[in-house]
Write a protein that binds this ligand. Structure first.
Ligand code: C2O
Length: 533
């Protein structure tokens, strides 16, 4: 294994999109930021220098951080933010991991512009479990606001109203041609007939789950969230923020120029931004300007989103077995969604807030990991996070006589404690009472297996009988369907404090988050080492 050194300088940079220019926070002046390349088992060292006036941290999304929880990055969970003028060294090893992931800022909404790809190649000499593609292409989805993104979230948290929708989506930082904007253009992939390409696709958008399509080209998904899957062929890819996929594209036309699009998915009734970003797949033989269009999925194409997620299966081969825990030590039920809190200064006297089991997580002022490690948790956090909601009810919004108490939340900085190597099952039930929305939910520090999923209220008697314990897909972020549930299992084999939250930034900001505290084990390599100083 090698050591890979990177220098991340946080700097402001002026960028022009949608005919207007604004300064944004970037790494090394790039949007998206630099790609981090490594091989499985490599040691990665990133020297971060903060040269802007914001506090910054970086999270390596999907990197398991075995015994290196100090480098995980979420502000006030595993580290204090790096202040203006400050530096920080992220040092971690990609033990047993390969595939495509992403890194992003993990404080406030800075990840809107501070994000990039992580490409982890297999160990030298180890082939992919699929025919080797001609070459790789990285495709990063983003969202763009004309105004300052930090103002967007400030306004939303103060007013208790949903934040302004983004003004555009981007593919590798570009919106594609915009009417009336002369110098806007689109990302282009140049391909040769007969060759196949490994697309490393990353959804780094802030609040939007997205569909991805290339006109007249199917994609074969071979990996999601850096875990191999059974190859599966699809017209449309569906990724929530934080999710990644590797898909093989075969250039099987003699020539042409084909439209590539990303478009949002939301099955909600509120007015939504339907902006589509466009890019191009262009054959090298093509000499014309003609463009083959594709049919963009409607914004509420729930079945396309569901079918995509339902089709994913882990590879479960001899070389890549699926080790899903068969017995469960902690069986948890998390009701997640949007609730209400009284708010004197807000319109209508209430404020939208998000919660898990009626707890709206409040950020501490000292990082939880430090507080835990140095036995200073008193006054910082408690370990009584509820394993189930206070009062079960109909989560689908079908029952109109819901007592208000079920929607009200209380503020707390509570963690759920797990002993080393405990096996955990969480049934994540989406509550669609106030806002019907699907939630891409992310766990730090471990991957999990998606053992079940369904619409309506989870049935504890019938639904577990249908769980897939053979080849469930392994992920770090999973979509919990609107008015439905998703069941996941993982092993708490990584001592530390691990954030668990909805990856839509608006919901994270509103409190749809909590943390697991995984205790040290007895063995010498079953403990979290002291913080690097
Ligand atoms: Cu990609 Cu806690 O985030």
């Amino acid at each position: 294994a090698n050591i890979r050194h990177y220098k991340f300088n946080v700097v402001m940079k002026n960028m022009t999109k949608l005919c207007s220019t604004k300064p944004i926070v970037t790494i090394n002046g790039k949007f998206p930021g630099p790609t981090l390349y490594a091989r499985e088992d490599d040691n990665v060292i990133v020297n971060l220098t903060n040269s802007v006036s914001y506090n910054v941290t970086i999270h390596w999304h999907g990197v398991k951080q075995l015994r290196t929880g100090w480098s995980d990055g979420p502000a006030y969970i595993t580290q204090c933010p790096v202040q203006p003028g400050g530096t920080f060294v992220y040092n971690f090893t990609l033990t047993g991991q390969r595939g495509t992931l992403l890194w992003h800022a993990h404080i406030s909404w800075l990840r809107a512009t501070v994000h990039g790809a992580i490409v982890i190649l297999p160990k030298r000499g180890v082939p992919y479990p699929f025919p080797r593609p001609h070459t790789d292409k990285i495709i990063v989805f983003g969202e763009w606001w004309k105004s300052d993104v930090e103002d967007v979230i400030k306004q939303s948290t103060q007013s208790g109203l949903p934040p302004n929708l983004s003004d555009a989506h981007t593919i590798n930082g570009l919106t594609g041609p915009i009417t009336g904007c002369n110098n806007s253009h689109g990302y282009t992939i140049h391909v040769e007939t007969g060759k196949s390409y490994l697309l490393r696709i990353i959804n780094a958008a802030v609040n939007d789950e997205l569909f991805f399509k290339i006109a007249q080209h199917n994609l074969t998904v071979v990996e999601v969230d850096a875990s191999y899957t059974k190859p599966f062929n699809t017209e449309t890819l569906f990724l929530g923020p934080g999710q990644t996929a590797n898909a093989i594209l075969t250039a099987n036309h003699p020539t042409g120029n084909f439209l590539m699009t990303i478009s949002p998915f939301m099955d909600t009734v509120v007015p939504v931004n339907n902006a589509t970003a466009t890019a191009f797949l262009r054959y090298k033989t093509n000499t014309t300007q003609s463009l083959t269009m594709s049919k963009i999925p409607p914004i509420n194409a729930t079945s396309i989103a569901q079918n995509f997620s339902d089709a994913l299966r882990s590879l479960n081969s001899r070389d890549y077995p699926t080790n899903v825990p068969l017995k469960v030590d902690h069986s948890l039920f998390f009701a997640i969604g949007v609730g209400v809190n009284p708010c004197a200064t807000c319109i209508n006297g209430t404020k939208n807030i998000a919660d898990i089991n009626n707890v709206t997580f409040v950020m501490p002022t000292m990082a939880l990991l430090q507080a835990h490690y140095f036995n200073k948790s008193k006054g910082v956090f408690t370990d009584d996070f509820p394993g189930r909601p206070l009062t079960p009810f109909d989560y689908t919004g079908g029952n109109k006589s819901i007592p208000l108490s079920n929607l009200q939340t209380k503020n707390g900085t509570q963690v759920y404690r797990l002993e080393f190597n405990a096996t955990v099952q969480i049934v994540i039930q989406g509550t669609s009472v106030i806002a019907p929305e699907s939630h891409p939910t992310h766990l730090h520090g471990s991957n999990f297996f998606v053992v079940g999923k369904g619409l309506g209220n989870f049935d504890p008697l019938m639904d577990p009988k249908k769980f897939n314990l053979v080849d469930p897909v392994e992920r770090n972020t999973v979509s919990v369907p609107t008015a439905g549930w998703t069941a996941i299992r993982f092993i708490a084999d990584n001592p530390g404090v691990w954030f668990f939250h909805c990856h839509l930034e608006v919901h994270t900001s509103w409190g749809l988050k909590m943390a697991f505290l995984v205790e040290d084990g007895k063995g010498s390599n079953e403990k979290l080492p002291p913080p690097p100083c």
